[in-house]
Design a protein around this ligand. Structure first.
Ligand code: NDP
Length: 321
């Protein structure tokens, strides 16, 4: 089978196509013939070694396809099941072997492409709005990179739960996308200082929560956008890791800061299934509308990474095996 392998950390060119034997599922594992593979920002962190995986490895932590074999003691799945998984490396391949505890049945009416597009980003939005923070009607929320994969879904969810959404994006096309997703206000943070704009929009009160996936370039001003006892959910670092900072910055307004991760909001099988099931329902009922950015053949994984890294994408990128 064809798989993408990385044997040295580095740029997109480190991802090469290898021809290897189809792997056998062992005890508790499921083998999936992949139909669609999700591309996520974490794949870039894995590729560069920012989040180091043991070399060599097959990148990709999200995909959907048909079960074509199960190892001993797998009771929940059998050949022919339509399934998806996330948070397990090895997705950039024609077949992936995944622990059954990470595999989820795809409900009727959801396609492989939809499942591979929504599972990781949708569950992230779920825990950010129903876990890290519980979004309520009339909350003012600030969402950075609001035309991106997670950002755009987050705008839709916050809006659905009654929040007043202030979004940031880097250009006019992305501003239209964030508006279409339901944002009340959109700030082009390449042209205007988002802190000044948030102060103006909230009449110097600030927002209840900032969802910041950009990191290095936004972090300090994100803290200043919060109202007293507000929460900064720093859930990513697309512009680079946040350097060490002085905690007394939080004292200015009795602020809360968290650095959450999907893995810690899906710690049990029950929690994983519950979040996944609600996310699929959100898609089926139109709360979340998936926007496909672009699909690439598996062998062009490098191009997909370049598109995501250079801020060109709006919505979800998929690889097709
Ligand atoms: P996006 O589609 O959001 O792409 C990243 C976006 O970040 C860009 O489009 C760009 O939007 C913005 N950005 C700002 N500065 C930079 C920069 N210097 N380089 C690159 N991008 C920049 O990606 P995803 O939806 O896949 O992921 C978004 C973030 O969420 C990532 O940081 C990811 O790690 C994180 N994440 C965290 C999870 C968790 O559980 N903690 C789970 C899932 C994702 P613009 O041009 O508008 O500024």
């Amino acid at each position: 089978m064809k798989t993408i392998r990385i044997d040295r950390y580095g740029g997109p060119e480190m991802m090469r196509v290898w021809e290897i034997e189809i792997p056998q599922p062992k005890e508790g594992e499921v083998r999936i013939r992949m139909e669609a593979i999700g591309v996520n920002y974490i794949d870039i962190y894995h590729r560069t070694g920012l989040y180091a995986l043991e070399l060599p490895f097959t990148p990709g932590v999200e995909g959907a396809g048909e079960v074509d074999g199960v190892g001993p003691n797998v009771k929940e799945f059998s050949a022919g099941d339509r399934v998806a998984f996330t948070m397990h490396p090895g997705a950039y391949a024609e077949y992936a072997v995944v622990p059954a505890k990470k595999v989820i049945q795809i409900p009727h009416g959801i396609s492989y492409m939809q499942a591979a597009a929504i599972l990781l980003q949708g569950m992230t939005v779920h825990y950010l709005t129903h876990g890290t923070y519980y979004v309520k009607a009339h909350d003012k929320v600030l969402i950075h990179a609001a035309a991106g994969g997670v950002g755009r879904l987050l705008v839709q969810a916050c809006k659905h739960f009654g929040a007043y959404v202030i979004a940031t994006v880097s250009n006019e096309e992305k501003a239209d996308i964030a508006m279409d997703a339901g944002a009340n206000e959109v700030i082009n943070y390449e042209k205007k200082d988002f802190l000044d704009e948030v102060k103006r929009i909230t009449k110097n009160v600030g927002v209840s929560v900032v969802y910041d996936s950009v990191g290095k370039t936004t972090f300090e001003r994100s803290l200043e956008c919060l109202k007293p006892r507000g929460l900064l959910a720093l859930f990513g670092q697309s512009s680079g890791p946040v350097p060490p900072f002085n905690v007394s910055l939080l004292a200015r307004n009795s602020l809360f800061l968290t650095r959450p991760s999907l893995a810690h909001y899906t710690t049990t099988r029950e929690e994983l299934l519950e979040r996944a099931s609600e996310v699929f329902q959100w898609v089926q009922t139109g709360v979340l509308k998936i926007r496909m950015d672009q699909t690439f053949p598996l062998a062009q994984a490098a191009e997909a990474h370049i598109r995501l890294e250079c801020r060109a994408s709006t919505g979800k990128i998929l690889l097709l095996p």
